[in-house]
Design a protein around this ligand. Sequence first.
Ligand code: 5GP
Ligand code: MN
Length: 335
Amino acid sequence: MANVKLTYEEQLDAMKRFIDEGDDFLVVSHVNPDGDAISSTTAVGWLLSSLGKSYTMMNEDACPQKFQFLWRAADIKRASDADGKKKYRYVIAVDCADYQRFGEVSACFADDVRIANIDHHQTNDHYGDVQLIRPDAAATAEILYDLLNRFSITWTEEIATCIYTGLLTDTGGFRFSNTSPRVMNIASQLLSCGVKANELAEQLLERMTKAHVKLLQRALSTLTFNADETVCWLSVSLADMREANAKNEDLEGLVQYPRNIEGVDVGILFKEVRQDVYKVSLRSGGRADVSEIAQRFGGGGHARAAGCTVEGKLEDIIRAVVAEAEKGLKANDSI
Ligand code: 5GP
Ligand code: MN
């Protein structure tokens, strides 16, 4: 909780000092990494590389195929492949709201580790020794844009593409409510550095894997509404994943289907992780704060996109989560 009360500018300075003073860094992000997590990991790797620092990028899970084109994304190690003996004293965590979200990567932290926490989740619990947290940033990549400008770097297409990808994916293609004038301004500067907006949109937003479409086919057959049709959900079982030959990354975007239906305020996806354990993804149209709902089940996230992992039978979990979503909507009705 070292510098929670610092201004954003002071936090940027403190983070620059942390990077200037350290070496042999471990750069980490959350399990099951999304576009912002991978972009932010590679952007910090790029910065460290340009400063001549030694570093390792690591995640519990594999980098999704569609982000492999990013600068040295192929170098992001999986925690399971790490040398068990090597421990890191300097850790830079990006886009990661709490310590648990590192997953197995935390086994590589030294006993006297110093952790830098760079994030934009409103549910960030301020873990670590140095914090750079801005909940009104659209993406962690937006914060990294400011951090990069604290160093005398030359913007290249590679680093600009990393930052742009984080912005593009966390704003849903510059469509969500976090698409601020500032985001568009930064995006505009990045385009001037040679970012190929059309190619990235095609690759990251439009292109679908066959496994995704097969999952969609199955998931839509589970579509269910609550009584007043303000909450709608889908579920995906392990058998569905197997039959569609799908990986976790093929699930991306499925939760938008219930959320986008007219009249629906909260869309939910229940994904079986293993027997009697479900990953719950929540999306809100704005009337309910789904991060509050996710937090009630030990998860977190943002007001309009949040998640948690819950143990139990699917029917019981659906009943409990839908009831909380309905409560969340009622609470806001009375305002
Ligand atoms: P998704 O549903 O796409 O996995 O996640 C949506 C948002 O919620 C992301 O910002 C993600 O970081 C956050 N989130 C998802 N699952 C969890 C969780 O178990 N714990 C926390 N703290 N945040 C989560
Ligand atoms: Mn993010």
